[in-house]
Design a protein around this ligand. Sequence first.
Ligand SMILES: Nc1ncnc2c1ncn2[C@@H]1O[C@H](COP(=O)(O)OP(=O)(O)OP(=O)(O)O)[C@@H](O)[C@H]1O
Length: 540
Amino acid sequence: MGTTQSEQVKKSLEKDCLVKLTDVTKDYGKKNVLKNINLEIKKGDRIGIIGPNGGGKSTLSEIIAGIRKPTSGSIEKKDDLVLGIQFQESKYPIGITVIDMIKYYLDTFSIEMKESELLELMRIYQILGFQNKFVQSLSGGQQQRLNILLGLIHNPDLVIFDEVSTGLDIEVRSQILDFIKEKIVKTDKSLILVTHSMSEIEELCNKYIYIHRGEIRDSGSVESIVKEHGSVHDYTWKKFNEEKKADLEAEYLAEKQHQKEKNEKKNKFDRIISSGKIKNKNIPLINLLLKYYIKGFAVPFFMFVFPILMLFLIGNIFTSSANTGGNEEVAKNMIHSLVGSYASMAALGVGFFVIPATIIEFKASVLMKRIGATNIKPIFFLLSVVVMGFVFVVISALWAILWAGIIYGHKYGWDVTSKPYDVAASIFLFIPVLLLSMTLGLTLASMFKSTTTYNAIVNVIYMPITFLSGGFSPIETVETSAPLKAISWINPFKYSINPFVEAWNGKYTFNLENGIYLGVSCALIVIFLIIPMFKLRWQD
Ligand SMILES: Nc1ncnc2c1ncn2[C@@H]1O[C@H](COP(=O)(O)OP(=O)(O)OP(=O)(O)O)[C@@H](O)[C@H]1O
């Protein structure tokens, strides 16, 4: 009675114990990936975690590191335990350089280091020469070297390494393994090493645990397996043969049985995954892109749900009596104008987000290499994205107009909410909006290499542009404010959206001002076409 939790922890941990896991389980949603794990990591333990893919090795190491919480069970750690960690996927914040990261660690752990020592360290890890680069612009192997350096620089008691040698060339790998031996093995520090490289286990570890399907199925000393099986490799091979094959076979039989039962219910209809009849290689690419849009890019939400929410919110705010003084006529004009502005901004959003994000994401990912390997030329990919962008632009605009009618049509009439007052001019003047949106998308795609940077910058740019273009309020409201009108001249979309909205409101006349607007729009379209022609390179 009266003892605090940390006192209980201290009591239950034995003297040499650094971390103790008791009955730890982990679920991701409904999926159970760790079952009743009991493990003690003592001072001097260097534990290799081995086992097949998806067995739960990384999850366990992340729980030990404290960056994931177990679903149940307890994890106790020695007070003041200093951890060093490196994980398979280590993302760093945008704008942080290699040297920033190193200094951050040195400062956090109050480590004194002379410039000459730091220089020597960077030489060993072969990161000299790019210490001022952004971490996220490093290659996989360079980033891995930095991860390891950051895992060891503060002289931790327990180091957790997940796939430590992935991406390293043989020379760097051997140097870094020597460094780990020097820093951990010789100093009797503790190590958790998740790896598929059995020689690493033999070189660096004194204990092992074999994890399969979230369970520790075997554990012991590395020395004993080498004695009994010749090498850790031979032992693991034997375990794979015994356990993984049996599991895979059982999984296959269960799935087959499941399919059989399903098909019996469905009139014995066996679904065709691929008929093998498609000859045009662009169709599978378009299918893949559609899947990316539907499952990965959240197009259904941004194109279909978001406009409804926005129209509902901003429409109600702008037609509220506080804004219209209770005058129905003002409210009607307000909603009509707002719908025109919003529809054009919804269209522009496709150019701003969907087109560039798709190109950057595919270009930067291994997916493009796989697509390239099927002899699809990058130009086909670009064309597909632009053509789909065109369809999305038109759908976005029509969808916004349709929903404006559904939400406000009963109150103000469908003619007022959803019909342009000058139909022919509106359709004609929508063309520059559409072209500007798509060419701008290509330009943005040519300017960014990573989607993260792109998203961060573009969201910041998009908000004021949307505001100045009437996406959050009718353009006329923006134009009645002298300071806002002055700022709006730097908004490149003003020049295509203003004539379109004028036509939408039935006020378009071809005068000098509109002539200049359309001239600027055409010039911008040409510029936005020329930039990607020079900058959008596939192999850098
Ligand atoms: N964040 C997550 N959300 C949902 N499921 C996840 C998540 N991380 C991992 N999983 C699932 O948990 C299971 C265990 O994954 P884990 O990465 O721990 O395995 P592993 O043994 O390290 O695999 P590998 O050898 O391939 O690295 C896998 O089925 C994986 O799909």
